[in-house]
Write a protein that binds this ligand. Structure first.
Ligand code: 13P
Ligand code: SF4
Length: 327
């Protein structure tokens, strides 16, 4: 038996003993995706965490995802195998002492640029725009969700904004997702200035290079990419949306504009098709922290437990539930 097979066997035995299920985000390492009961994008994993019957959820992803699972299922023990697996974008907005905002998208006018002096808190932004609902990307901490009206993911951002009955919305924290939403709605979007460093680093020049290298391949891009990239894409969608698009498309070759972990499942699901990363360095170091050994440690020691305090959990759950109710 190889080391990997041994680790797998130990995990599967312990998982059964502890009545645990393993959820893994689409960006996780290949071997972690392989051991998971469910893989998916943020929306699918939130839904699964809320509905699956088990005592323990081992969440292979980053901390905001485990927090969301705990918010939705407080009766379950939620374990994050790597306690330092965080999302730098989620940390770009806090409820107190937060960063500067001010990317406005009145009907889509992208101003670009970003700086982060600690200038505005989410509370202050809300005061500046009384009555304007706050739509919060799930890539945020529980406290930020608790101060929001409704959550969204990369899969449903436009739909969520459209479901609200106001002409203006505040979208935090990803300026790129917000720009994408603004482009696809009549509403005025007031956006925060955050970004995902994995997607933000890609430019239109990278797209041109990839297109030259792989003529005939379709480009699928994640809405966390800059608008100059999204405008050149054939399709813009969440990670699981990319899996569905690649499967149903007649095209044989695809350039993938998101974290490279997705290429594993794309290749597995479509052995006859070819997938190329838009840039090879689209790698999220936090998503890669979790290994089979950390999953085993997590089950053996039941660490690290993620539990959101009730005073934060209840309002945060309202924002998540409101999102999950939008069909
Ligand atoms: P999705 O899988 O929901 O598209 O999310 C992308 C992401 O960056 C999660 O950290
Ligand atoms: Fe955060 Fe980007 Fe990593 Fe997702 S890929 S966890 S948004 S830093």
């Amino acid at each position: 038996m190889t080391d990997t097979e041994l680790l797998r066997e130990k995990i599967l035995n312990l998982k059964e003993k502890k009545k645990a299920i393993i959820l893994a985000h689409n960006y996780q390492r290949e071997e972690v995706q392989d051991i998971a009961d469910y893989t998916g994008d943020s929306l699918e994993l939130s839904r699964t965490a809320a509905s699956v019957e088990c005592e323990v959820i081992v969440f292979c992803g980053v901390n905001f995802m485990a927090e969301s699972a705990s918010i939705l299922s407080p009766e379950k023990t939620v374990i994050l195998p790597e306690i330092t697996a965080c999302c730098p974008m989620a940390d770009m907005i806090t409820t107190s002492g937060a960063r500067n905002i001010k990317t406005h998208f009145p009907g889509f006018e992208y101003t670009g640029g970003y700086t982060y002096p600690a200038e505005f808190t989410l509370g202050e932004i809300k005061k500046l725009h009384p009555g304007v609902p706050v739509v919060t990307y799930v890539n945020t901490t529980a406290d930020v969700k608790a101060e929001s009206d409704i959550c969204c993911t990369s899969a449903n951002g436009v739909k969520i904004v459209e479901s609200l009955d106001t002409e203006k919305v505040i979208c935090v924290p990803d300026k790129n997702l917000s720009a994408w939403i603004a482009k696809n709605t009549e509403k005025e979007v007031i956006a925060w200035d955050g970004f995902c460093h994995v997607h933000e680093r890609v430019s239109a020049v990278d797209v041109d290079r990839a297109r030259q290298r792989y003529p005939g391949a379709l480009l699928i891009a994640h809405p966390e990419c800059r608008m100059e990239v999204l405008e050149k894409a054939d399709h813009v969608t969440s990670t699981s949306g990319m899996l569905r698009f690649a499967k149903s498309s007649d095209a044989r070759e695809f350039i993938i504009g998101t974290e490279t972990g997705l290429l594993y499942k794309l290749g597995k699901d479509n052995p006859e098709k070819k997938f190329y990363p838009l840039r090879k360095d689209m790698v999220c170091p936090n998503m890669k922290k979790t290994s089979l050994q950390s999953v085993l440690n997590a089950l053996e020691t039941m660490t690290y437990k993620i539990k959101v305090p009730e005073e934060v959990r209840i309002p945060a759950k309202k924002a998540l539930d409101r999102m999950l109710e939008v069909k």
